[in-house]
Write a protein of this length. Structure first.
Length: 265
């Protein structure tokens, strides 16, 4: 088994992301124009690919059918075999990882789903800045790797990723200061209301509403303790315009009034 793999050979990989990667090459790869098959290894480097085509990918003997919006992260030394269906274009980065920090287990191939445009933007920015600012390119690829880690949300009873849950969480995190309704979150994630409820229960062990409440109060605690924002402004920053409701929420979730939390209670 290739070093770095966990679980079934070729299906999951363990990465450590506490430090940024070092990117050695990245760009837009075009294949399938002169040969329908490519077989190769990168002995010392990881391969990150975001696909814009349908093809077959075999990693150390395990077959994956890749489609637009799929992403692969292949460890050093693994043999990869591509079988193309005509001209095929993908975004790629070849990189090394430091090997420090807690391991994060990812599928070798997964669908990025609703996060595909954001992931594509990260790779395109890295490609654009690499010639003049290679360390910034490293940072963009580091962000992309954490994005992949966010896609691979474990579910109870299994370890499969679900991009829709990651998309829902991303939508909630970027709209905590606004009125959040579960149907709106479901639409942003591209799933039905009931399916979103099931995803949250399986993936987080709680409901969508409880998750939103928890994240709002965590942000409120931070702003109360670390900033000088007036309490009404803190309440508005976490989507609670009514001060009485904010006071009740703080007492219920944080165990103290806003003033007491600010004082270190």
């Amino acid at each position: 088994m290739t070093r770095g793999f966990w679980g079934l050979p070729g299906r999951t990989v363990a990465v450590r992301l506490d430090e940024p990667p070092r990117v050695f090459s990245l760009g837009v790869g075009v294949h399938g124009t002169t040969s329908a098959v490519d077989v190769f290894r990168l002995p010392d480097l990881w391969q990150l690919h975001l696909y814009r085509y349908t093809a077959e990918l075999v990693v150390d003997g395990v077959l994956h059918v890749i489609r637009p919006g799929h992403v692969s992260l292949v460890p050093p030394g693994a043999e990869v075999r591509f079988r193309y269906r005509g001209r095929s274009e993908h975004l790629y980065a070849h990189l090394s990882l430091s090997g420090t920090g807690d391991p994060v287990t990812l599928p070798v191939v997964q669908g990025a789903g609703a996060r595909t445009p954001a992931l594509s933007d990260m790779l395109l920015r890295a490609i654009a800045v690499a010639p003049r600012a290679p360390r910034r390119a490293d940072a963009e690829i580091w962000t992309a790797l954490w994005e992949l880690a966010g896609l691979a949300v474990p579910t109870r009873g299994g370890s499969g990723p679900h991009a829709s849950l990651a998309a829902a969480v991303a939508y909630i995190e970027s709209h905590l200061a606004e009125r959040l309704l579960v149907p709106e979150v479901a639409r942003a994630a591209g799933v039905s209301h009931n399916h979103l409820l099931r995803l949250f229960r399986a993936g987080t062990g709680t409901t969508v509403v409880a998750y939103i409440r928890q994240r709002r109060m965590e942000r409120a605690r931070h702003l109360l303790r670390e900033s000088t924002l007036p309490i009404p402004a803190v309440a508005a920053a976490v989507g609670i315009d009514d001060l009485q409701a904010f006071n009740k929420a703080c007492r219920r979730e944080l165990g103290a009034s806003p003033r007491a939390v600010r004082a270190g209670g």
